[in-house]
Design a binder for this molecule. Structure first.
Ligand code: GSH
Length: 216
């Protein structure tokens, strides 16, 4: 039986896992949780993931792992046909890991910082300080790309999938300035043409609709 993914569609880390699963042809049983109604805080889900986050992956044998980065590297290593998405070569892998930790430590917290007050307290604007902090991320990514087609070099990897989830989301909030960040802009446009990008679209559209309704 296919592994089960506890999820909500608009979540950037969930979308990153869905893109990865599509890229390797892995079928997932999608179990949507209603975060607004606190379904993730019920004892049933806390037994599965005491940190109550989505995405959370549960395999048929009960093995459970959460955090999108851990899930992506796990499913690619277990179900992928080769190691291109998460290289076994230690130097290449270290670069992919660095980008994944960058997403986790620098990018996703900025998404939460902006989206949290909009969703929870009805904030209608994005502070200049937060806009600046997103542009700082784009500046770093511009330097990471440095003439290379993908975030960790010549091949697409899970680092790209992780960042596609959050950067396509930040782009809704603070559009990428193509003059200042031409490589990041080109990278996202190239990513949008990938067949696996389709797995990002539904949740991104839901996110866009939600933000539009909250900010208007
Ligand atoms: N670093 C985590 C972030 C997961 C995360 O915070 N997900 C949010 C949804 S976008 C969530 O589950 N929030 C509910 C909660 O933290 O209680 C990952 O990459 O999986």
């Amino acid at each position: 039986m296919a592994p089960t993914l506890y999820m909500v569609h608009p979540s950037p880390p969930v979308r990153a896992v869905l893109i990865t699963a599509k890229a390797i042809g892995l079928n997932l049983i999608e179990k949507e949780l209603n975060l607004a109604e606190g379904e993730h805080l019920k004892s049933e889900f806390l037994k599965i993931n005491p940190q109550h986050t989505v995405p959370t992956l549960v395999e048929e044998n009960g093995f459970t792992v959460w955090d999108s980065h851990a899930i992506m590297t796990f499913i690619v290593s277990k179900y992928g046909s080769d190691d291109t998405l998460y290289p076994k070569d230690l130097n290449k892998r270290a670069i992919v890991d660095q980008r994944l930790h960058f997403e986790s430590g620098m990018v996703f917290p900025r998404v939460l910082r902006i989206v949290g007050p909009i969703v929870r307290s009805g904030k209608k604007t994005i502070d200049q300080e937060d806009i600046d902090s997103v542009n700082e991320v784009y500046k770093f990514l511009e330097a990471f790309l440095n003439g290379r087609p993908w975030m960790a070099g010549n091949n697409i990897t899970v680092a790209d999938y992780s960042l596609i989830g959050s950067i396509s989301t930040l782009h809704v909030l603070v559009p990428i300035d193509a003059q200042n960040y031409p490589q990041v802009n080109a990278w996202l446009k190239k990513a949008e043409k990938l067949p696996e990008y389709a797995a990002n679209q539904k949740g991104l559209d839901m996110f866009k609709e939600m933000i539009k309704s909250k900010l208007s």
